[in-house]
Design a protein around this ligand. Structure first.
Ligand code: ADP
Ligand code: MG
Length: 693
């Protein structure tokens, strides 16, 4: 239950004065639909209205607040003229200009002979001072209020800064006084204000430096948000860690046999990572480990070894892939080995026929299947294992965090290994996974030739096609990846289809098309034909992005490469890095490119190191795209900005660990304040699930 003290902040914005249905919708889209969301809508600028000269001294170009007497109204003589009002003080006269007027309001607000406060930008026209559409017109009583620093917020059409200021003031007034949740010494050391004072200050910037992400008050709020995030993740982690797990420590027989079956040696990185996984499996608590390894680093075989450890103990294991193509690929890799080891590996997908599925499920429940491979169909209600002990989740970023947590429900004390080919920078690991253990395969098997990557303007497409022809004639296979069109998947498809038709005219029947809207069966057929070589050139949307393995493909052309994220380009390029032949990647762009875009494509040309690319990507664009926006774990921050607040994240991480070590249920006075912090930043789940109440 949300603490009562927070009720006022979690009311709908429509409860604010002046927010009707129309404004509610606009505001909801701009900031959010709860009052608390307005608190996190931070100013982007300020206007200093404290300059308050006489008319004569007022400098054109500056924003000024003046006290003037209304002298006379000069209505326009024709449509082209503005409405003018002459005002004066004891130094001279100036003219207020209105291009669009509501006569009533202008007469009412600027009555002749009265004194008014006006504020806006001073202009000069034909030697005469003037002001077009003053931002503020008020009575003398409002002088101090207007002659001040105005906070400027990011706006949306239909909402004025004035109105937004008023609503945010109301929201601030509703903010309760919180007990401090940060450590006092830490606060003093940072020289930070209390949350309440910092929040007030952030919404009332006094100078431009106050608007910077590194301004102390903003840092304090960012830290609070990061601490809530880290605390929630640490709570989840603490819970998993405390859960008793099975001791999985096989006799090594199957693994020994697998070694002798492999046509290659494991890399040192693979060996090291396996030892880390075995150690987890052996330990008497539940395992939850993230395995990172760049495309082609050989994660699948690592997964298989660790699964055999469980099978040696007579236990069942499962591996879950995000798509059917990938699940099938795993089956193809694992099944031949399993057969030679006398084990049974089976595939279970959404498309598995009912009759076959029934038989499969029976065998599964009786423990006759050692390794079950599939998509999320593995975790449907009626799928019952006999003794599932270990689950590998491949290409994890396609699955939601929630799915990951609920996975464990399928078996008693199930160990989990999450594998991802997306190199995730440490900051991102921390914000999305907390302190989940993680292993990195930071080495690709030897002998792989680097991909020769070139960046070309799209007007070179004729040359590209000529080069492609030579490649295809020499027996190579190639991908042609089509532009990502922002608006909708349908237009992605149209672009791909168009390119497909055009290339078909040139290369004939050798050209295939694959895209996300195709049925699974159709996709499989196309992939099959490409693998077998019936198709030589595969035009694709980004469906080929994850994991698909066709070692013969050695050329990739990516159209409108500038529209892709770096992480995505890296994934795509990984598709042609599989073979031991030299391969080429051509990044076609449509100019002109911005400096950042140039820099991004240049990184792709210079390096194949996924971690480096990910770090750069983060620097150049923020974390959003690495994991796909919604799940990035970065975009969910409203106040913290990972390009500047990285250090705060590390501190918050340590802070959270220390807090929970001393006070695992958050019961001390500081703990109670922290619970409120969790609710304030809407980490309700963490509180409810892990510390009841
Ligand atoms: P990813 O990490 O991208 O999932 P895979 O597991 O699919 O990579 O491995 C890519 C290819 O490398 C596969 O064909 C696999 O058999 C091969 N491979 C894996 N480990 C090694 C190794 N140590 N030496 C040589 N080839 C390897
Ligand atoms: Mg893989």
């Amino acid at each position: 239950m949300r603490p009562e003290i927070l009720y006022p902040l979690f009311c709908g914005i429509e409860t604010l004065k002046g927010v009707g249905e129309r404004n509610r919708q606009l505001l909801a889209r701009l900031a959010g639909d709860k009052i608390v969301d307005l608190l996190w809508h931070l100013p982007s600028g300020l206007i200093d209205r404290r300059y308050s000269p006489k008319i004569r001294e007022a400098l054109p170009g500056r924003v000024a607040t003046l006290v003037v007497k209304i002298k006379e109204h000069l209505p326009p003589k024709n449509h082209h003229q503005p409405y003018r009002v002459v005002v004066e003080d004891d130094s001279g006269e100036m003219i207020l200009i209105f291009f669009k007027v509501y006569l009533e309001s202008i007469r009412k607000n600027l009555p002749e002979g009265e004194v008014r406060v006006i504020s806006g930008k001073i202009e000069s026209f034909n030697g005469m001072k003037q002001m077009s559409h003053p931002d503020y017109i008020g009575g003398l009583k409002q002088l101090d209020e207007i002659r001040n620093i105005e906070t400027v917020y990011p706006l949306t059409a239909g909402i004025s800064n004035k109105a937004l200021n008023r609503w945010i003031s109301q929201a601030l007034a509703k903010t309760p006084l919180f007990s401090e949740w940060l450590n006092t010494d830490f606060l003093r050391q940072k020289n930070w204000k209390s949350f309440n004072l910092a929040l007030e200050a952030v919404h009332h910037p006094k100078q431009f430096s106050d608007l910077e992400a590194l301004a102390p008050d903003r840092m304090r709020l960012a830290y609070d948000e990061l601490l809530a995030n880290q605390l929630a993740l640490c709570l989840a982690r603490q819970r998993v860690k405390k859960q008793a797990g099975r001791v999985i420590n096989g006799n090594g027989e199957l693994r020994q046999k697998l070694f002798s079956l492999l046509p290659f040696q494991l890399t040192d990185a693979q060996k090291r990572v396996l030892e880390e996984i075995y150690a987890d499996q052996r330990a008497p608590y539940r395992m939850l480990r993230l395995l990172q390894g760049d495309v082609g680093s050989g994660k699948t075989i690592v997964a298989l070894f660790s699964m055999l450890n469980a099978v040696e103990c007579g236990l069942q294991t499962a591996i879950m892939a995000p798509t059917e193509i990938l699940a099938k690929q795993h089956l193809e890799t694992m099944k031949p080995f399993c057969e030679q080891l006398g084990l049974r590996a089976e595939l279970l997908c959404g498309k598995t026929k009912a009759k076959q599925r029934k038989l499969l499920l029976e065998d599964l429940a009786q423990g006759k299947i050692n390794i079950l491979i599939g998509t999320h169909a593995l975790f449907q209600e009626d799928v019952r294992f006999c003794n599932l002990a270990y689950v590998v989740v491949d290409e994890q970023h396609r699955f939601g965090v929630q799915q990951r947590l609920s996975l464990s429900a399928k078996g008693d004390k199930v160990d989990i290994l999450v594998m991802t080919a997306t190199p995730i920078p440490r900051t991102l690991v921390l914000t999305t996974y907390g302190d989940m253990e993680y292993s990195k395969i930071d080495q690709v098997p030897e002998g792989r030739k680097p991909v020769d990557t070139r960046v070309l303007p799209v007007d070179k497409i004729q040359d590209v096609v000529a080069g492609l022809r030579r490649k295809l004639e020499s027996g190579a296979r190639a991908y042609w990846v089509c532009p990502l069109v922002e608006e909708s998947e349908k237009s992605d498809l149209a672009a791909a289809q168009e390119r497909f038709e055009a290339l078909k005219k040139i290369f004939g029947e050798k050209v295939g098309l694959i895209h996300g809207k195709m049925k699974e069966k159709e996709k499989d057929d196309v992939m099959e034909k490409f693998k077998s070589g019936t198709l030589r050139l595969l035009v694709a949307t980004t469906v080929i992005e994850v994991g698909v393995n066709v070692p013969e493909a050695t050329l990739m052309i990516i159209e409108h490469a500038e529209r892709f994220g770096l992480a995505q380009l890296h994934q795509l390029r990984g598709r042609i890095k599989r073979g031991f032949e030299a391969s080429n990647c051509l990044l076609l762009y449509a100019g002109p490119l911005s400096e950042t875009a140039k820099e991004r494509l240049d990184i792709m040309r210079k390096t194949e190191d996924g971690f480096l690319i990910a770090e750069k990507d983060l620097e150049l664009r923020g974390g959003g795209e690495i994991l796909g926006n919604r799940q990035s774990g970065f975009s969910e921050f409203k106040l913290a900005d990972m390009s500047v607040h990285k250090d705060l994240l590390y501190t918050a991480h340590k802070d959270a660990q220390m807090i929970l070590e001393l006070d695992p249920k958050l019961e001390s006075p500081r703990g109670k304040a922290l619970k409120i912090l969790l609710y304030l930043f809407e980490r309700d789940d963490a509180v409810k699930t892990y510390i009841s109440g």
